[in-house]
Design a binder for this molecule. Structure first.
Ligand code: GAL
Length: 674
């Protein structure tokens, strides 16, 4: 993956989605004046403009977009230009009604929202290629052009279509992937419930069935749907590369699982020139800054550690949750700069000017309905100044202390039906383990289970139900060579086809963990278990227990009650030069903290116990220097030690051996001499 930045940008990107077509042209003049006032450096334009650009088949109106791009250029604002292929015009659908996607139950969606596309549809693909070609031909040499923005958030709101063209496309994909229908039968285990196929033409998408359908088929359909979306992206990207060489191409990801779980971003990260991401706070009572940090770390990891770009977040509340609180004063800057600390070379928003009409009129923006005499606008202007001051951070890389394994195929498999307990929520485990690492002030990279892990002293596996043989061997090698591994229950269970690995659980991880699991024993709702262990430290678990049989591993915590009383609950296995921990129940936050503290000890990873809770300290390093970002999410001032002296970029103060970061504030110190 090439490491690319938007063309012509010298500092960090700052701006947002700009939808001038929603406003009379007089407003555009005010827009650019305000953009200059706020220090906007780049805006995303044209993402939803197909109906205006091609009002009827083959008739184009680029005049307004020419004027917008010229105006932005005259005002020093770079352009991230959208291909508008996420919303084809209504005339297209009336001519090609079968391009509207179909749900698993056969419902065909209607025009009138957005993202209603069957991505297998040949007419859609041809029309998308055509409008992309026209845009590239017209704007490839426009001096404002910095970046191409293909489509919008592939995978939402429709992650898969179940229509007849998708059925045909799925069969071709199966034939390519498996070669013979016998191989499909074998992979999906169709001997079960008499589901055997004798020809590809008999196979359909996993449409609604009376009870649970074939899990292998469902899993493969998720893969197929992801590949189909990627085919659409690469087709547009290739046109842009050919007609607009030198301008990087991106498409905005939504890496947070809670926001889009249908895309294998490891695969997509390899296809884009620049990884970009959208992130919105989910205000469900949990610590939103932890969820944000996790999404940012995941995005950086998908970018292979290279700088990426936050293409959308919100200045204040969103409008699509049941309850949409405003951001607290200062929260926007903490959010934006936390993304920057974790590798984003900028902070962009949805959207520049708050709409008066349409579905998103109550979504916050940079220029709110309240106008410029408002807290949001003042904070936007201040953020612009901060990003400007931080310009030299661009291109530096965030430094991580540990890795968490992450695989979208495993997420898809974990979402299949009929599991030992519906209370086991693998996402909750991933969040909880991440949060425990965050609370130990460790910066986390995410890694694919088959990736080279040798750079990490500590690797955590919160929930990896689907683990290939290759991943199992990789983890074994990692530990043998000195790594410290922590694995949570119900990991290593099935292969890539959702077939249980041969032999006792956890098939792919038995060797590295030095144990087997005889049986799962999920707990009933509200039930808990106590675990007794070293130093009188009693832990508690719920949701899940297992009958663990040590085969070389030592027992560190033992179940004190429940069906598994007296049996190992948490184990530790010395293998080669390294150590592998296993936890067979759902530990609470305190328990995870204790467990990860011990594992960090094994790994020789120093925990920053001197730092208060909710004070985030993250480093970016590169040619322009070493920057220590401190984000104080707490309501008390925080004293933060520094290993060195430096200049604080946002206030201009000196920091010698440490600094005090006021409650709710952000600081970024450029360390001297590095
Ligand atoms: C994003 C989308 C934007 C806007 C935003 C609102 O998912 O890309 O167009 O809808 O959400 O939060």
């Amino acid at each position: 993956m090439p490491e690319t930045a938007p063309e012509g940008l010298t500092g960090l990107a700052f701006g947002g989605d700009y939808n001038p077509e929603q406003w009379p042209e007089e407003v555009w003049q005010e827009d650019v004046r305000l953009m200059r006032e706020a220090g906007v450096t780049m805006v995303s334009v044209g993402i939803f403009s197909w109906a205006l650009l091609e009002p009827s088949p083959g008739t184009y109106d680029f005049g307004w977009l020419d004027r917008v791009l010229d105006l932005l250029h005259d005002n020093g604002v770079r352009v991230d230009l959208g291909t508008p292929t996420v919303v084809p015009p209504v005339w297209f659908y009336r001519a090609h009604p079968e391009a509207l996607p179909v749900a698993a139950d056969g419902t065909r969606y209607e025009f009138g929202s957005r993202g209603a596309i069957c991505h297998s549809n040949a007419d859609y693909r041809a029309a998308a290629a055509n409008i992309t070609t026209k845009l590239a031909e017209r704007y490839a040499d426009h001096p404002a052009l910095a970046l191409w923005h293909v489509h919008n958030e592939y995978g939402v709101p429709v992650s898969a279509c179940y229509c007849d063209s998708c059925a045909a496309h799925f069969r071709r994909w199966l034939a390519r992937t498996y070669g013979t229908v016998e191989a499909v039968n074998e992979a999906w285990g169709t001997a079960f419930w008499g589901q055997r196929y004798t020809g590809f033409e008999q196979i359909n998408p996993p449409r609604t069935t009376p009870t649970v359908g074939n899990p292998g088929q469902a899993l493969d359909y998720r893969r197929f749907a992801d590949v189909t979306l990627r085919e659409n992206f690469t087709a547009e990207r290739d046109i842009l590369h050919r007609l607009s060489p030198g301008i990087p191409v991106t498409t905005n990801f939504m890496t947070a699982l809670s926001q889009c779980d249908s895309i294998d971003y490891w695969a997509w990260g390899r296809e884009v020139d620049l990884v970009s991401n959208d992130h919105y706070l989910i205000t469900d009572g949990r610590r939103t800054h932890v969820n944000l940090a996790m999404a940012a770390d995941l995005t950086r990891s998908v970018a292979g550690g290279a700088p990426w770009l936050l293409l959308e977040h919100s200045t204040s509340g969103v409008n699509w949750q049941p309850r949409n609180p405003a951001k607290a004063p200062g929260q926007m800057a903490r959010n934006s700069l936390a993304h920057v600390a974790r590798g984003s070379d900028g902070a962009m928003f949805f959207q520049w000017r708050q709409s008066r009409r349409g579905a998103e009129k109550f979504h916050s923006s940079m220029v709110p309905h309240a106008g410029t005499d408002s807290r949001v606008w003042r904070e936007v202007v201040e953020l612009g100044a901060h990003l400007d001051a931080l310009g030299a951070v661009r291109g530096t890389r965030t430094v991580a202390d540990a890795a968490v394994l992450w695989d979208w195929h495993s997420w898809w498999a974990q979402g299949l039906q009929w599991r030992p307990s519906e209370d086991h929520d693998p996402r909750e485990r991933a969040d909880a383990f991440y949060e425990a690492l965050y609370d130990h002030h460790l910066t986390v990279d995410f890694a694919h289970p088959e990736a080279d892990l040798s750079a990490y002293p500590l690797v955590v596996v919160p929930a990896l139900y689907l683990t290939t043989e290759a991943a199992g061997a990789n983890l074994r090698r990692y530990v043998e060579r000195g790594g410290t591994l922590v694995v949570s229950y119900f990991s290593g269970i099935v292969d890539e086809h959702d077939a249980v690995h041969d032999g006792p659980y956890p098939g792919a991880l038995r060797d590295v963990l030095g144990l087997t699991v005889e049986e799962f024993s999920p707990l009933l709702a509200g039930e808990g278990v106590r675990l007794t262990g070293p130093d009188e430290a009693e832990l508690t678990g719920d949701v899940w227990t297992e009958f663990v049989v040590p085969r070389g591993a030592e027992t560190v915590w033992t179940y004190a009650d429940g069906l598994t009383a007296g049996r190992p609950a948490v184990t530790r296995y010395r293998l080669g030069e390294g150590t592998a921990w296993y936890v067979s129940t759902r530990l609470d936050a305190r328990g995870l903290g204790v467990l990860l503290g011990r594992a960090a000890d094994d790994a020789g990873v120093a925990l920053r116990t001197e730092l208060p809770r909710d004070v985030e300290v993250v480093r970016r390093e590169g040619e322009s220097g070493t920057y220590v970002f401190v984000i104080n999410h707490s309501s008390s001032d925080a004293k933060v030690p520094l290993d060195g002296n430096g200049a604080e970029v946002l206030t201009g103060d000196r920091a010698a051996g440490g600094l005090v970061v006021p409650a709710g504030a952000v600081r970024a110190v450029r360390l001297d001499g590095r």
